[in-house]
Design a protein around this ligand. Structure first.
Ligand SMILES: [Zn+2]
Length: 542
């Protein structure tokens, strides 16, 4: 009985964990795509796709599911277990991912053929996704499913995304029983629409994420009054509020907030303001939210529905935005909200809206999520005077704001509280899905604050679940990155470390800039709130 750590080991994407529950019989927990820049190589899956019998998906985010169609293309013919909501979201998100793969491959092929090189094949196609979706078997929260000899699973609500879950496995081999919980991504408490994470059951082993393993959210701000103030200020000067947003999850949260503002009549002077969701994937995701099981919704959302309201729908919401309508929005000067994907302005229709709206001082660009270093979103947020969008230089004239207090992930204290709420202390905790500092820092914290045995293994490490000991602990394999011609081709480990330290320093500087911006946003806050912030800053600098 063995667990092999493959993806999201010392990094936040590419979740993939292999379990051999009986000799020669395997299942995967998540099958995610790696995104962004990663420091370490992911070990190869040590068995062929055709030998894997089951895949259990914790939730639909691409970093947990995006390689499933490739696994199917490579020969996986088993069953995919997930909640019905995860299945429905996977259907639209994997189709969207296939579309990106096919479009990128077609573009590269065109370039290659012109240069006398070979055509580029997409990683997978829409047809691979269709084959993949046939393998799903939906599960309900809280119901134990007997999957096979010696293998049962129960999904519980992880409160991270619609349909998200942590999976509790009951494994039995030759009279030895082991309970293993894989957390997937653990949600933040008090998110709109969805439930808080349920407490974990008793388990021998826990595999837990650590995206915010060493960081805390600023949870003090209620987004509704901030959002109302931003709308009022922008509409009063005749401007548009432009929100770059992730299509699935964040977009629906924003709709929930706008419904709340309209239902409570918080903006009587502009009560009929229109909201356009200019994101085909976002609108498909909204449809999945509208059809979800009530078990996925929190008590407040169910109460709103009982009172006869739709929690994410309201008068003035336009979700059928065609490409032509999308263009027409840019000549429409009436006060309005445009929510467009992508969330970090790296692609999607937001770029075309930014090109037409960013220069205008009447408008506001409102970020509703984390902007990674190097993305167009981050460059705008960091105060660039001009940016290049779709080939044109555009002045940043619009007001730039950040909506704080919303995150899909539990922070350090949230993760600790979730683990502490378990029925029983696990004998061993494996930490993954966090960058190098987060996962090692969180493992140390679990030992010091909860007295748990914990470790953040590198990719390829193997643990014997029956004997309770490591079979193999691997060394990290630093990923080679493209380096300028003048630089030496191979980097030593110490050089890679130095580069890492300097990128950590860049992050530090960015964090200081964020703090300055946050302080600026407090201009109109109450004296008490400002003094509270001063005390926090003084404590930190002391
Ligand atoms: Zn996620």
């Amino acid at each position: 009985m063995k667990i092999t750590f493959l993806g999201a080991a010392h990094q936040v994407t590419g979740s993939r964990t292999l379990v051999e529950w009986l000799p020669g019989r395997y299942f995967l927990v998540d099958c995610g795509m790696e995104q962004g820049e990663n420091d370490f190589e992911m070990a190869e899956t040590p068995v062929a796709a055709g030998q894997i019998e089951y895949v259990f998906l914790t939730h639909a985010h691409i970093d947990h599911t995006g390689m499933l169609p490739l696994l199917v293309k490579q020969g996986f013919r088993g069953t995919v277990y997930a909640t019905a909501e995860t299945e429905n979201l996977c259907s639209i998100m994997l189709s969207d991912s296939a579309n990106i793969q096919e479009t990128d491959a077609a573009y590269e092929t065109k370039k290659n053929l012109r240069a006398g090189r070979e055509a580029v094949l997409p990683l997978y196609t829409a047809e691979d996704v269709r084959q993949t979706m046939k393998l799903f078997r939906p599960c309900e929260y809280g119901k134990m499913v007997m999957v096979d000899e010696g293998l049962s699973v129960r999904f519980s609500d992880a409160g991270h995304l619609l349909g998200s879950s942590f999976a509790e496995f009951y494994l039995e081999d030759n009279g030895v029983t082991r309970r293993l919980i894989c957390s997937g991504d653990v949600g933040n408490t008090n998110q709109p629409i969805i439930n808080n994470p349920q407490p974990p059951a008793a388990a021998d082993y826990l595999l837990v994420e650590s995206t915010y393993g060493t960081r805390l959210h600023d949870g003090s701000q209620d987004p509704i009054p901030v959002l109302t103030e931003i709308l009022r200020t922008t509409f009063s000067r005749g401007g548009t509020v432009l929100i770059p947003s992730f299509a699935v999850g964040r977009t629906q949260e924003l709709l929930y907030f706008f419904r709340e503002i309209k239902q409570r009549d918080l903006l009587p002077e502009f009560r009929d303001f229109p909201v356009y969701v200019d994101s085909p994937l976002g609108n498909e995701a909204t449809a999945v939210f509208l059809q979800c099981s009530e078990a996925c919704l929190d008590a407040e959302t169910r109460k709103i529905m009982k009172e006869g309201y739709n929690p994410i729908w309201f008068d003035g919401l336009y979700t059928t935005v065609s490409a032509d309508e999308s263009k027409a929005l840019n000549t429409n000067t009436a006060p309005k909200v445009i929510i467009a994907s992508g969330g970090m302005c790296e692609g999607g229709r937001i770029r075309h809206h930014l090109k037409h709206n960013l220069w205008n001082k009447n408008n506001t660009v409102l970020f509703a999520g984390y902007q990674a270093v190097g993305t167009l979103g981050r460059i705008i947020y960091d105060g660039a005077k001009t940016v290049k969008i779709l080939g044109d230089e555009i002045e940043v004239g619009a007001e730039v704001r950040l909506l704080q207090g919303i995150s899909g992930h539990a922070d350090r204290d949230g993760l600790l509280a979730w683990i502490a709420s378990a029925e029983e202390k696990p004998a061993y905790v494996f930490v993954n899905h966090g960058d190098d500092e987060s996962c090692t820092g969180f493992a140390a914290l679990l030992e010091s604050s909860l007295g748990l045995k914990a470790m953040a293994p590198y990719s390829g490490s193997e643990f014997d679940l029956a004997a309770g000991e490591w079979i193999r602990l691997t060394e990290p394999v630093v990923r080679k990155k493209a380096v300028p011609a003048a630089a030496p081709a191979a980097k030593s480990k110490s050089k890679a470390k130095a580069k890492k330290e300097s990128s950590a320093y860049t992050e530090l500087k960015a964090a200081v800039e964020d703090l300055k911006k946050y302080a600026d946003s407090m201009k109109n806050a109450s004296g008490d709130e400002i003094r509270k912030l001063i005390r926090k800053i003084r404590k930190l600098t002391d």
